[in-house]
Design a protein around this ligand. Structure first.
Ligand code: PRP
Ligand code: ZN
Ligand code: MG
Length: 223
């Protein structure tokens, strides 16, 4: 891996975390000039650049050293650590950022009886989070079939490809629209600053320490 002297932060290209993430970095005193293809933002004052990518790719980019830090949902970070990330250097949640709050929940069709995780024994559960769901089922001692889908998880019960789902809930609107009810919460999530457990020891490490200090000030003020 070629060494860089400028810090590079990965963040979501377009989605719920994009605007609040840019806003937070702005309040930390960072300003950027966006490239024409909108995939890269060049830092104007400090030596800090942004890479705009799919949120699911962020942990892998940090693990590979392509980026030093990432702004990503705790759900994506924890799922990566449980599945894809098991061979690489461990990633760490350096700071919770206080926006993008949502939860990873199990939901079932309105008419389905649900007491506890045990009610899911022998059922098919659709999710984009097989690692987190698998751990929760194991902890509960429940044997169920996990059906991994990349998206549109909420329509699986209606299509007959699953009996229940495990997906992110923010307003609950998607569940209501699909006649599903939330029955258990696996994870409370929000945007976090993710990075390697061991920070770089060069100028980038110094810049990260400065950024963390500014973040702490900015987050305290907005609480
Ligand atoms: C997320 C999530 C749920 C929905 C929940 O999907 O996967 O489907 O939002 O939000 P709600 O409770 O406010 O309805 P999103 O549309 O962000 O896109 P993705 O699933 O493609 O990541
Ligand atoms: Zn996503
Ligand atoms: Mg969705």
């Amino acid at each position: 891996m070629k060494t860089r002297d400028r810090l590079r932060i990965a963040m979501q290209k377009s989605g719920r975390l994009t605007e609040p993430a840019l806003d937070l970095l702005k309040r930390c005193g960072l300003t950027f000039r966006q490239s024409r293809d909108k995939l890269f933002c060049f830092g104007e004052g400090e030596p800090v650049d942004l890479l705009l990518v799919r949120d699911d790719d962020i942990p892998g980019l940090i693990e590979q050293g392509v980026c030093d830090l990432g702004i990503v949902g705790r759900n994506v970070l924890d799922e990566f650590s449980l599945t894809a990330g098991i061979d690489g250097a461990p990633l760490k949640e350096w700071r919770p950022l206080g926006f993008g709050r949502c939860r990873l929940s199990v939901a079932v069709p309105q008419e389905m009886a649900y007491e506890s995780a045990t009610s899911l024994a022998g059922q098919r559960i659709a999710t984009s989070y097989p690692g987190l769901l698998g751990r929760w089922l194991r902890d509960a001692g429940v044997d169920a079939q996990v059906v991994t889908l990349a998206g549109s998880v909420e329509i699986a019960p209606k299509l007959g490809t699953a009996d229940a789902i495990c997906d992110l809930v923010q307003s609950g609107g998607t569940l209501v629209a699909n006649q599903l009810r939330e029955v258990d919460v696996l994870l409370e999530s929000e945007a976090v600053l993710a990075g390697p457990e061991a920070l770089p020891t060069d100028e980038r490490g110094d810049m990260i320490e400065l950024l963390l200090k500014r973040l702490d000030g900015v987050i305290q003020v907005s609480e």
